[in-house]
Ligand binder design. Structure first.
Ligand code: PAF
Length: 278
């Protein structure tokens, strides 16, 4: 496995590589990331994983500075998975100008759900992912469904900008108690960690109600938010949306996703569950 730090070297490697499946990450890899890598392996002869903590997608007061940087441990895990290349540029390599002059601006979806609470986040994601796509030039790229809105933004990006990359969604990895795997779980205290699976339980409760014919989405959303609030969470949102484009769901829609973001102490957790009605 090669660890490449510059765009030039990566491009040189790419000239002679066959098919490439790409997994963009911010490092601090857990089983959820490794599931993306395993899916990528099925799609192409070579897997490239990028590790880059992207300043552009963090807002003021967010965890950019404290985001764990663990390149050595990450590289060992990726070597084990048979990854061909780890692309780990430093900040100057990807952003040589202090100001990024050109940005990729997602449509209005970027201001909804998580975007409402993290202004500029999806512009930062779309911009860095476009740069990484242009550098790595993969045939396919894997994204976790845990970041469902991010996946929707990326799908829209490749469609609207005619980027010829197959976007592969990968199911959310979960701990045995249901908590979605996330690098941010390590910020939780022991007590918070024990409480954290409640988020997924509430999503499942809504999913079960919808499956059994309860289509009063607003009531279901409010009840779940209230219960989380009573258990000490600060709820950013909990909403039933259409799975394909994340537009507002209406009774009669068959393919839905229930998404939530809520904070436990200082840690913001997100999760979602898809519901496909027959
Ligand atoms: O999902 C992530 O880890 C990041 O948002 C991504 C896609 C690597 C872009 O920085």
């Amino acid at each position: 496995m090669q660890i490449i730090h510059t765009i030039h070297e990566l491009r040189e490697w790419r000239k002679n590589a066959g098919t490439v499946a790409f997994v963009p990450t911010m490092g601090n890899l857990h089983e959820g990331h490794l599931a993306l890598v395993r899916e990528a392996k099925k799609r192409a002869g070579n897997v490239v994983v990028s590790i880059f903590v992207n300043r552009l997608q963090f807002g003021q007061g967010e965890d950019f500075d404290k985001y764990p940087r663990t390149l050595q441990q990450d590289a060992a895990k990726l070597e084990n998975e048979g990854v061909a290349v780890v692309f780990a540029p430093d900040e100057k390599e990807l952003y040589p100008n202090v100001e990024q002059r050109y940005n990729v601006e997602p449509p209005n979806l970027q201001n909804e759900l998580c975007g409402k609470f993290r202004p500029g986040h999806f512009r930062g994601v779309a911009t860095v992912v476009t740069k990484l796509f242009n550098i790595v030039q993969p045939d396919a790229a894997c994204f976790g469904k845990k970041d469902y809105q991010q996946l929707a933004v990326i799908k829209g990006l490749v469609e609207d900008l005619n980027i010829n990359i197959d976007i592969v969604p990968v199911d959310t990895g979960r701990a045995s108690d249901g908590l979605a795997l996330s690098s941010r779980n390590q910020y939780l205290s022991e007590q918070e960690r024990a409480e954290a699976p409640r988020l997924y339980r509430e999503l499942r409760a809504i999913a079960d109600a919808v499956r059994s014919g309860n289509l009063a989405y607003a009531v279901l959303e409010q009840t779940a938010a209230q219960r989380l609030g009573e258990a000490g969470w600060t709820v950013d949102y909990i909403e039933v949306r259409r799975a394909d484009d994340l537009s507002v769901a209406h009774a009669g829609d068959k393919n839905l996703v229930i998404l939530a973001a809520a904070r436990l102490g200082g840690t913001r957790l997100i999760d979602n569950i898809e519901v496909h009605l027959g």
